[in-house]
Design a protein around this ligand. Structure first.
Ligand SMILES: *[C@@H]1O[C@H](CO)[C@@H](O)[C@H](O)[C@H]1NC(C)=O
Ligand SMILES: *[C@@H]1O[C@H](CO)[C@@H](O)[C@H](O)[C@H]1NC(C)=O
Ligand SMILES: *[C@@H]1O[C@H](CO)[C@@H](O)[C@H](O)[C@H]1NC(C)=O
Ligand SMILES: *[C@@H]1O[C@H](CO)[C@@H](O)[C@H](O)[C@H]1NC(C)=O
Ligand SMILES: CC(=O)N[C@H]1CO[C@H](CO)[C@@H](O)[C@@H]1O
Length: 873
């Protein structure tokens, strides 16, 4: 709708005290035109910010030389900016909507005007018109089927303004020439008169139907106005109407239920007024209800309730607690937001969204912020022209991926694919710094230890409680309903609805293991190397120690009888994990090996994994992922054997499920270690090849957006740092998984250190899963390594060899657990039994000590077991 009247202010000399309209009056009119120059642009921006949404339209004029200033004004909420022809072309080419722009005509002769507006649909402005008749003539010539026309006057006189208005042009009049009180300022133009100049009543009594609403647009009631009541309303700043019985009607004058005028406008065909007011007292209706149409509903009702509770909440009531305990409120907002994220059905989403709005509004009201303030903000944001990033902050990205992960029982690396930080397009800034794919850089000598520590935080460290809560019911279902429950989850999460059995039993048919010869050979090579390395870890004879003459203690190993190996799946093919987990189990001599992996949607498992399962002698493959697979192996089902230990990496759901089952004493199952997203830390000095360093960082970054890669440089100068960064940017852009890489790089960092000791101290504190040493005398540096899952020594040892074929396992502690845990190794598949074997003399020698300690502990039977044998009373 075209603004009927524009009040112009000149920021250079406008002040509240000048004669004419003050700021409140301006907001009644709603449409303000501000002359903005290069000198006053900052003033205009702050004016806009303070008046967020106060004015329906706020316009700037084209004495601005800079396109950036124009953009800033639009972004800050200016409804339209008046620009030159050149600026117009430039802005339109930048996809700025044409209804945000007004073309300033270079002059106001007929030819100039016709020339300027032919062929454009953009609104035009003609400045300081002297010859009103001429403008009138060409407006008539164009008829009403033309762009909006804004007109300012050399001499603003009522007659010329009205003539132009009647031709549907929009007059711009200096605020100083306008008044809301003609009695006091008889020289000035009456705002009421101008607003009503072109209003046309469709009623025989000439009154104007007037809709009264609150700021949110809720209709409060219906009344009538005429020019007199409009003028009184503007003058007093209150709701003033025309009562058909009583004449001029100052609403609330006797009852006290007054209304503050916020603004007034005409509808599209100028026959109905809308008054936007702030209702005070009991309400609008004579029945003392808030509106003539009954009670408030929805958010308005909630807001009223909260506002009244804030003033007088019954002590001890929940709302009072929320107002008084910011920590509780914070926790509720976070909790409800998470629940909303996890909701799936329409009913759940509506339910959870309502909760989020409830707590969010409580926060607002407690801080004196109203819904109207929030909505003004929304409106202001909706007209921004500069793009917002829209990415989630890193701390929240992991949480987002966690919730997604439940649908793919697969590898963490796969499960996070849909995470918020995967760049959606080339111009998405994730992982980019100054237009390049680059990690954030910190010079350790210039930062506090706290800053460095914070920078080394892993992504997605929160969420575990939530995940555990999701896993519990799944585990319970599998525990109580066995195969049926496992199948249901597989149908639901992996979409493998054709599956009728949750297991594939050995011997696996050849048809499921059809592999290219090269792939088969590669698996065989890896199998043999892993076998050799783990066989060498085998203890061929027990450890025997004679602690005293005749007292022999020994320790010997026995395989864990039944092991369950979790092989992440999803869309990734991970035969290497099957080998890394399965070979040591076979070397150790585990009697039963069960492998679990999520099937693809067609119910199949990749041939590589089946072949690997076959090579390690697995008795069955459980076709399930996530918590359901873990539960099936921990408790056993009709067709899945119960196991004694579960090993293998997985997403947060697998990890959480492993923690839950290992914590259940009735399950009788242990786990290898807690797992988290994969990570690498590369230490590089001047001897390192920048291309190698970058390739190692990227080979980890491509695992998933929640991977983290850290580069610690030792004594490198700017040129050398730039060389690594150049390589990273260059190589990253050539990778097929560049989007995932960018997601990971977004929360990855470079630390610029001076010495190798400093670098290793930082690394030990971080305790990386993979540590790559690309430094001079790398093997000596290993002595400085205190915490790491696996170390890759020297420039010829990329992490990839460890991932696949060197022989070391790649099932390693992540998330800083390298401080407490080893990676999977043969020891993970065996337990150690100790034994003691005494001769009579041996018992005689050690017996007095035993008896004395038994006496001190008052365990008489213990003492007697010795004394009896030794024939002592
Ligand atoms: C003013 O009134 C005329 C005649 O009724 C109408 O054509 C025109 O659209 C109106 N203009 C405005 C701005 O209301
Ligand atoms: C482990 O068990 C204890 C005691 O039953 C419980 O408090 C704790 O929350 C459990 N932890 C997990 C991860 O289930
Ligand atoms: C960095 O060191 C290298 C090797 O010593 C040298 O060639 C380069 O000029 C140095 N760059 C800067 C900016 O000091
Ligand atoms: C127990 O000790 C005796 C005497 O030292 C020895 O002969 C025997 O082999 C040992 N047995 C075992 C199982 O260690
Ligand atoms: C045996 C194996 O698979 N490789 C290594 C896995 O990690 C632990 C901890 O570093 C090593 O002890 C194993 O040798």
């Amino acid at each position: 709708m075209a603004p009927a009247l524009l009040a112009a202010i000149d920021l250079l000399n406008y002040s509240e005290s000048t004669q004419g309209l003050n700021a409140q009056h301006l907001s009644f009119v709603g449409n303000v035109y501000a002359r903005v120059t290069a000198e006053t642009v900052d003033q205009a921006l702050s004016h806009l910010q303070q008046s967020v949404g106060r004015f329906t339209n706020y316009l700037g004029v084209a004495t601005l030389p800079s396109i950036d200033d124009v953009l800033s004004l639009l972004d800050a909420g200016a409804a339209k900016v008046f620009v030159t022809r050149l600026q117009l072309d430039e802005l339109l080419s930048r996809s700025i909507a044409q209804d945000r722009l007004v073309l300033c005509l270079p002059g106001n002769t007929r030819d100039e005007i016709i020339d300027a507006i032919s062929g454009t649909q953009v609104a035009v402005y003609t400045h300081q018109v002297d010859d009103v008749e001429l403008v009138e003539a060409w407006l008539k010539e164009y008829g009403t089927d033309r762009p909006e026309v804004f007109v300012s006057f050399l001499k603003p006189e009522l007659d010329s303004i009205l003539r132009i208005s009647k031709l549907s042009a929009i007059p711009i009049i200096p605020a100083q020439s306008l008044t809301v009180d003609v009695q006091k300022e008889p020289e000035s133009l009456s705002v009421a008169k101008l607003i009503m100049a072109n209003a046309t009543s469709d009623r025989p009594d000439g009154l104007f139907t007037t809709l009264v609403t609150d700021e949110r647009g809720t209709a409060l009631g219906l009344v009538y106005s005429n020019e007199e009541s409009v003028a009184e309303s503007l003058r007093t700043g209150r709701g003033v109407y025309h009562s058909r019985k009583r004449g001029l009607w100052y609403k609330g004058e006797s009852s006290g239920d007054i209304q503050e005028l916020v603004s007034m406008l005409l509808d599209c065909d100028n026959d109905c007024l809308q008054f936007i007011v702030r209702q005070k007292g009991r309400g609008f209706c004579h029945l003392a209800t808030p509106t003539c149409f009954g009670q408030y509903r929805g958010l308005s009702r909630l807001q009223k309730t909260l506002q009244s509770r804030k003033e007088s909440a019954p002590a001890g009531s929940y709302t009072a607690r929320l107002f008084n305990d910011p920590q509780l409120l914070r926790a509720k907002i976070l909790e409800e937001a998470t629940e909303l994220c996890d909701a799936t059905t329409k009913e759940e989403i509506a339910f959870e969204a309502a909760d989020v709005l409830y707590f969010a509004l409580t926060k607002c009201i407690s801080a004196g912020v109203s819904l109207e303030d929030v909505e003004r903000n929304l409106d202001a944001k909706s007209i921004k022209v500069k793009r917002r990033k829209g990415d989630a902050k890193p701390a929240f990205v992991g949480q987002a991926s966690a919730a997604d992960g439940v649908s793919s029982g697969g590898n963490q690396k796969e499960a996070v694919k849909e995470a918020a930080s995967i760049p959606k397009s080339v111009d998405d800034p994730a992982g980019s710094r100054n237009g390049r794919i680059a990690m954030e850089r910190y010079v350790t000598a210039r930062e506090t230890p706290e800053t460095i520590h914070a920078a080394l935080q892993r992504p997605s460290q929160r969420s575990s409680e939530k995940i555990i809560a999701i896993c519990h019911p799944i585990i319970e279902a599998v525990k109580s309903r066995g195969d049926a429950a496992v199948l249901e989850y597989t149908h639901k999460f992996e979409k493998a609805t054709s599956l009728t059995s949750p297991v594939l039993k050995a011997p696996f048919p050849e048809s499921l293991m059809q592999l290219a010869p090269a792939t088969k050979d590669a698996i065989d090579v890896s199998f043999n190397n892993i076998w050799k390395f783990h066989a060498a870890q085998k203890e061929d004879k027990p450890l025997v120690v004679e602690t005293m003459p005749g007292v022999v203690c020994s320790r010997f190993a026995r395989p864990i009888e039944r092991v369950g190996l979790y092989v992440p799946g999803g869309t990734a093919v991970l035969p290497s994990t099957a080998l890394m987990l399965g070979v040591p189990a076979k070397v150790a001599g585990c009697k039963k090996i069960v492998l679990a992996t999520p099937p693809r949607a067609d119910g199949s498992v990749t041939a590589e994994v089946v072949y690997a399962a076959h090579k390690v002698g697995a008795e069955a493959i459980v076709l399930a992922g996530g918590a359901q697979a873990v539960a099936a192996m921990a408790y056993g089902t009709e067709s899945v054997s119960k196991v004694d230990k579960i090993l293998g990496p997985g997403n947060q759901f697998v990890t959480a499920a492993k923690m839950i089952v290992s914590n259940d004493t009735n399950a009788g199952v242990s786990i290898d270690m807690p797992a988290g997203p994969s990570e690498v830390l590369v230490v590089a000095d001047a001897s390192a090849n920048p291309a190698f360093v970058a390739s190692d960082l990227l080979s980890q970054a491509e695992h998933g957006v929640d991977s983290q890669v850290i580069c610690i440089t030792v004594g490198l100068n700017e040129t050398q740092l730039a060389a690594i960064e150049d390589e990273l940017h260059k190589q990253a852009n050539t990778l097929p998984r560049v989007d995932i890489v960018r997601g990971a790089i977004e929360h990855s960092i470079t630390l610029v250190a001076d010495t190798i000791e400093e670098a290793l101290a930082l690394s030990n504190d971080y305790a990386p899963e993979h540590l790559i040493l690309q430094v001079q005398d790398a093997e000596k540096v290993v002595d400085l390594v205190e915490n790491a899952g696996s170390v890759f020594i020297g420039q010829w040892t990329p992490e990839s060899v460890g991932d696949y074929s060197a022989g070391v396992n790649h099932s390693l502690p992540t998330f800083g657990y390298a401080k407490q845990y080893s990676g999977v190794n043969l020891g993970s598949y065996v337990k150690h039994i100790t034994s003691s074997n005494l001769t009579r003399e041996g018992l005689a020698a050690v017996g007095p000590a035993v008896m004395e300690l038994a006496r001190v502990e008052e365990l008489e039977a213990h003492r007697r077991a010795v004394s009896l044998r030794l024939g002592i009373a």
